[in-house]
Design a protein around this ligand. Structure first.
Ligand code: TRP
Length: 450
């Protein structure tokens, strides 16, 4: 099926496919790996409440904003801003999106590579079941000179294979099968975690908020996490929406995506924290938290290696449905603006990410002494993209849709014919005033400027 505009642009073929790809982009390592460690480092329950608050107050309206810009222009991010505001500087926001999405793709692929190592370790029976052995296994692995690097490259190559096949065949088909399987497995693990000895402590940590732990830094992290998890701020949802058919109801699709994404993040928290307290792991371990905790859960179950293999396989799949959406941001740009064929555009994107990803992969070992503001390259990429580029991109998009583009375009995209409905008025109010003010306030406050 082809689009209605001038060029023969690809489109997703079914409504279910649209939801599956949007949810596939949103649900990924952000929910299962990043959310638990951010929550663990920022005080647990209070962080989670702020996160959920940002998802619904700012996240849903911002997904709608990206959807509107994407579908009304059916273009890559840079062209989309240019089409809606010709001759103005808004397209610069598109460049931030393209650059930052490659940064995210680089460090994200390192962690996705870890899931492959764990999968193979489980399948080949190399995964230790003893807690301290597991700890050594993992720290030796990530600080190694070549294994993390190899897995990062393998992951990026697999990503290349899917994305280079194109929007419908590669992306849509994969997402349709994997998302339901992932969710079922998560629910099973969640039930299992609730029977662990540390369950009440873990659940208490996640569900009883202690607001004294919240400061401007953790607010910024909660907002960055909400944006990261929903794939907004850099044009991930914008690019996907440029492939949506006209019948898709954008408001409903945005809400469904946000609800399912949040559900998976909470499930991940309920799986991880009981185990963290059962096995005496520090909730503040950072990026390594989930990888040290999960195997401990599996290996103590009957048939542990099978559970571990299944889980890491699905986590890998959840990662790839997200990395294809990150890659698509710059691929669409290289294809349409630089006139490269799809294979070359994909190769260029993946090539840059491989070089940067290699540096990130080694930043837990041989390159761990290279630090900027006390952060390793991996941490720097994560911080700059999630806590700087995502909020800035989100703010610009919100102002753009709220103030700059024609109301008729918004109404048409949201399938409104006559007078605006109350929810559309609320959406525009949030995009005009609330979102820009909230993002600016939190951002400047955490920088110590106000
Ligand atoms: N949302 C994904 C996750 O939670 C990450 C992601 C995919 C993303 N595409 C993106 C983040 C585009 C920012 C921009 O794992």
């Amino acid at each position: 099926m082809l689009s209605d505009t001038n060029n023969k642009r690809a489109q997703f073929s079914t409504k279910i496919g649209v939801i599956a790809t949007a949810v596939g982009s949103a649900v990924g390592l952000g929910n299962i790996w990043r959310f638990p460690y951010e929550a663990g480092s920022n005080g647990g329950g209070a962080f989670m409440l702020c996160y959920i608050f940002f998802i619904f107050l700012l996240g849903v309206p911002l997904i709608c904003a990206e959807f509107i810009v994407g579908r009304s222009t059916r273009s890559n991010e840079i062209k989309a801003f240019e089409k809606l505001a010709p001759g103005k500087k808004w397209f610069l926001n598109g460049y931030i999106g393209v650059l930052a999405s490659i940064l995210i793709l680089s460090f994200y692929s390192v962690v996705a590579g870890w899931t492959l190592e764990f999968f193979i370790a489980a399948v080949t029976g190399r995964m230790p079941s003893d807690m301290s052995e597991l700890h050594d296994f993992f720290s030796e692995f990530i600080s190694g000179n070549w294994r993390p690097l190899v897995w990062t490259v393998v992951f990026l190559l697999l990503n290349y294979l899917v994305v280079s096949r194109g929007v419908q065949k590669g992306i849509e088909r994969l997402s349709n099968c994997l998302m339901p399987a992932m969710t079922l497995l998560l629910i099973a693990f969640c039930v299992n975690s609730l029977f662990l000895p540390g369950a009440s402590e873990g659940v208490g940590f996640l569900f009883s908020p202690d607001f004294s732990k919240i400061d401007s830094h953790s607010l910024l992290s909660a907002m960055g996490q909400a944006f990261f998890s929903l794939s907004i701020g850099l044009g991930g949802m914008l690019t996907y929406a440029s492939y949506f058919p006209d019948e898709v109801r954008l408001g409903r699709c945005a809400t469904t995506t946000a609800v399912l994404d949040t559900f998976v993040a909470i499930l991940a928290g309920v799986i991880i924290f009981p185990a963290v307290f059962t096995y005496g792991i520090s909730p503040q371990s950072g990026p390594t938290l989930v990888f040290e905790t999960l195997p401990a859960i599996f290996m103590n179950l009957p048939g542990g290696a099978i559970w571990a293999a299944l889980f890491f396989f699905l986590l890998f799949m959840a990662s790839i449905t997200s990395t294809i959406s990150m890659s698509e941001i710059s691929i669409a740009y290289f294809e349409e603006e630089k006139k490269l064929c799809r294979k070359k555009a994909t190769a260029l994107t993946i090539g840059i990410a491989t070089v940067l990803g290699a540096i990130c992969a080694l930043s837990f070992g041989p390159l761990s002494d290279i630090r900027f503001f006390g952060m390793t390259v991996f941490e720097l990429f994560d911080y700059v993209s999630s806590n700087v580029c995502l909020p800035v991109g989100g703010m610009v998009t919100s102002v753009f849709v709220g103030w700059v583009i024609d109301r008729k375009i918004i109404d048409r995209q949201l399938n409104i014919r006559t007078n605006s409905l109350p929810w559309v008025k609320l959406l525009i109010f949030i995009l005009r005033y609330i979102a820009p003010a909230a993002i600016a306030l939190i951002f400047l406050n955490s920088l110590g400027i106000i």
